[in-house]
Design a protein around this ligand. Structure first.
Ligand code: FAD
Length: 315
């Protein structure tokens, strides 16, 4: 069975959930091999984590020559690994960094690239939502090694025992790849909530909140969810842009998306309509958001949400 390379998304060896989703997808396509690019002394921690999600092999690329630079050296390292292993596919998380690595890799190995897949099945055949969510496309790479970036929440991570055989992989990074150096980096402020694009549940608020996000945050915390916002809420200065869901904000694909006081404009839908289950609370029963929901509540969010939160926390 051919190997399928999965680039591990991690922070200092702590593996992020989307990597487990990629490993689960990789198992449908072949034999999952995880690729760790990072400090050698953190590789054991990452290896232990990916072993539990079926990684049969873990390639460890020491990042001494890579750290301190933006993505080009990582793409070069992956290129060398692909040339050595001839995998059936390469799977990378659809983050800003992941997509840039994937694009650079595709050019280097002269392969086709598919970004932002919301599903990947045998083939590999991918599903994407394109043109602001107006079309769902199934696609397939027809040249070279398929390189696919996959959106967080595209699969439910399935625990599986992998052999996780470690193989150190030495890379040579060219000077050409070291042209953009990181001058400073700051960890993101911890909110205690999951990252918006990775969260299994997102609770969002729009203009209908009137600027009071307490009911949104209360429900989000009761569900262990991330908080999102419509552009109207962001433009009003109620929430920072990093919370915006939509065409000019973030695209989310959680298991559950709860839209509160959001009308359902096409530009908002573009960022959330691939969510598995959609719930809306809106006081206007003709709000367009109700066209795409699985469950809708016609009511005032300021009463509906605290009542729901109370019920949930009582359990
Ligand atoms: P509104 O459309 O004003 O809707 C508010 C809703 O709240 C209404 O349906 C109302 O019935 C309901 N409501 C009011 N009070 C209550 C209450 N107490 N309880 C329950 N419901 C209540 N928008 C995005 O969201 N994300 C984007 O990325 C984005 N990008 C854009 C890009 C472009 C180029 C353009 C032109 C627009 C973009 N927009 C985006 C804006 C988009 O068109 C809408 O204007 C925006 O989504 C509206 O936000 P909203 O639903 O919160 O507000």
């Amino acid at each position: 069975m051919s190997e399928v390379l999965v680039l591990i998304d991690h922070v200092d060896g702590a593996v992020r959930k989307p990597t487990y989703e990629l490993l689960t997808i990789a198992k449908r396509l072949g034999e999952p091999s995880a690729v760790f690019i990072g400090p050698a002394d953190k590789a054991a921690e990452a290896t232990e984590s990916v072993k539990k999600y079926g990684a049969e092999k873990v390639y460890v690329v020491d990042d001494t020559e890579i750290k301190g630079y933006l993505v080009a050296p990582k793409a070069e390292a992956l290129q060398q690994l692909v040339e050595k292993t001839s995998p059936a596919a390469v799977l990378i998380t659809s983050s800003y960094e992941g997509k840039e690595i994937a694009g650079r890799l595709a050019i280097k190995i002269d392969s086709g690239l598919i970004t932002d897949a919301v599903d990947v099945q045998e083939g590999p055949v991918t599903t994407q939502s394109v043109f602001a969510g107006n079309y769902t496309v199934t696609a397939k790479v027809t040249k070279g090694t398929p390189i696919i970036t996959v959106k967080p929440n595209a699969a439910t991570p399935e625990a599986a025992d992998g052999a996780a055989a470690v193989e150190e992989f030495a890379v040579t990074i060219s000077d050409a790849a070291k042209t953009a150096q990181i001058v400073a980096s700051q960890p993101r402020k911890a909110t205690g909530r999951p990252e918006l694009t990775e969260a299994a549940i997102v609770v969002s608020g729009g203009r209908g909140t009137g600027g009071n996000f307490e009911p949104i945050e209360g429900l989000a915390d009761a569900l262990g969810a991330a908080v999102g916002a419509s552009r109207a809420a962001v433009d009003s200065g109620w929430m920072p842009h990093s919370f915006q869901v939509g065409q000019t904000g973030k695209t989310v694909s959680p298991q559950l998306y709860v839209a509160n006081g959001i009308s359902g404009a096409i530009q908002h839908r573009a960022g959330m309509q691939t969510s598995k289950t959609i719930v809306a609370v809106n006081k206007d029963d003709e709000a367009p958001i109700f066209e795409l929901v699985d469950f809708g509540v016609v009511g005032d969010l300021h009463t509906v949400l605290p009542a729901a939160t109370e019920k949930i926390t009582a359990h």
